[in-house]
Write a protein that binds this ligand. Structure first.
Ligand code: HEC
Ligand code: HEC
Length: 310
């Protein structure tokens, strides 16, 4: 290392070694809960059954399987980088992580459990009873404590230090030539940035991109507005190389297929976003866009399942 000083005037190497990792006990507790099937009715499904760490905290199936082998209706999105989202779920029906947590627990095809039963199980569990009491200083365990602990863990799920982040931080060699060209296309000719913008690659809004029509009307069910028909939330693209299959329906298995679909301008739908037109990208340009999307995989420490106390 050349020992270039950082913003505090410390040589780069030295500043790395004083980087102390602090662990928030609330987030640690939330992590246990995230991985614990105790939250489900029959003790078989945890948050991590669908938001799998090895698949970018998303699922590798088009739709996830909840308790008793039941199939859900939509593809499991990544739980990475959700801390700053204005809207959660594909249709935006929750507006904070705290509000979102109860959704899957009580959804009959996901965890199918009453929150009151979850609290009863946790209060009876000596390990959890002690840990909650130490952190929240108030007994018994409440719904608010449960959702705050899980949300605290979710806020630690941040994809970072990808090739793209290194490029932004000034390492001009961090992106391959192909990914670099893909970045230019993303921001230019392919107009991806119109919707996938900002540090998390989402405008937080809802768009209809012309996917095959099903019974799922998306945002329109929540807003009760016809113009929102089959609009879905713009997802983050961070970790996207690990989160196949893609779209709310799990329509495509590969990033190559997603790009080919976008290149063709998407399918036919009266409500389709006017931005979704054919892009006229040649084969190499499509490969470059895929290379750029692959540069969004972070190098954050691997998150492994915790040891559960029961
Ligand atoms: C059976 C599979 C399943 C389980 C179990 C599950 N999820 Fe999900 N999760 C999904 C699906 C599917 C969606 C999208 C649902 C929708 O949009 O209607 C989702 C959405 C989310 C989102 C919103 C992400 C975004 O970008 O809007 C978060 C955060 C999340 N889940 C966290 C959790 C937590 C925390 C738990 C445990 C308490 C959990 N999930 C349990 C399948 C699951
Ligand atoms: C008009 C807004 C808009 C534009 C422009 C746009 N996207 Fe999207 N993108 C979305 C929305 C909305 C979704 C989710 C759609 C759904 O599932 O119904 C999405 C989904 C995706 C997904 C799937 C992610 C996942 O987790 O399932 C990828 C990959 C993607 N877009 C990449 C791109 C690229 C690359 C471009 C440029 C060629 C682009 N998008 C242009 C709005 C847009």
């Amino acid at each position: 290392m050349s020992g270039i000083p950082d913003s505090r005037g410390l040589p780069w190497q030295a500043s790395m070694t004083i980087n102390v990792v602090t662990v928030d006990p609330k987030a640690e507790l939330g992590k246990k809960l995230f991985f614990d099937p105790i939250l489900s009715k029959d003790g078989t499904v945890s948050c991590a059954s669908c938001h799998k760490p090895e698949h970018g905290f998303a699922d590798d199936k088009p739709v996830s399987i909840g308790i008793k082998g039941q199939k859900g209706e939509r593809n499991t999105p990544t739980a990475f980088n959700t801390a700053n989202l204005k809207f959660l779920f594909w249709d935006g029906r929750a507006s904070s992580l705290e509000e979102q947590v109860l959704g899957p627990i009580e959804n009959p095809v996901e965890m199918g459990e009453k929150v009151s039963n979850v609290l009863e199980k946790l209060n009876k569990n000596p390990g959890y009873a002690k840990e909650f009491a130490t952190i929240f200083k108030k007994t018994p365990i409440s719904t608010s404590q449960l959702v705050h602990a899980i949300a605290a863990f979710e806020r630690t799920l941040i994809s970072k230090d990808s090739d793209y982040d290194r490029f932004l931080a000034g390492d001009s060699m961090a992106l391959s030539d192909s990914a670099n060209h893909g970045l230019a296309l993303f921001n230019g000719k392919a107009m991806c940035i119109a919707c996938h913008k900002g540090p998390d690659f989402t405008d937080g809004g809802f768009h209809n991109i012309g996917l095959p029509i099903t019974d799922d009307v998306g945002r329109a069910k929540i807003s009760v507005s016809g113009k929102d028909t089959r609009k879905f939330k713009t997802p983050t693209l961070r970790e996207v190389a690990n989160t196949a299959p893609y779209f709310h329906s799990g329509e495509f298995d590969t990033l190559e297929a997603v790009i080919a679909y976008y290149n063709a301008g998407g399918g036919e739908d009266t409500y389709k976003d006017p931005l979704k037109k054919p892009l006229n990208l040649n084969q190499q340009e499509q490969k470059d866009l895929v290379a750029f999307l692959k540069s969004l995989t972070g190098r954050q420490p691997k998150i492994t399942p915790p040891t559960l106390s029961h």
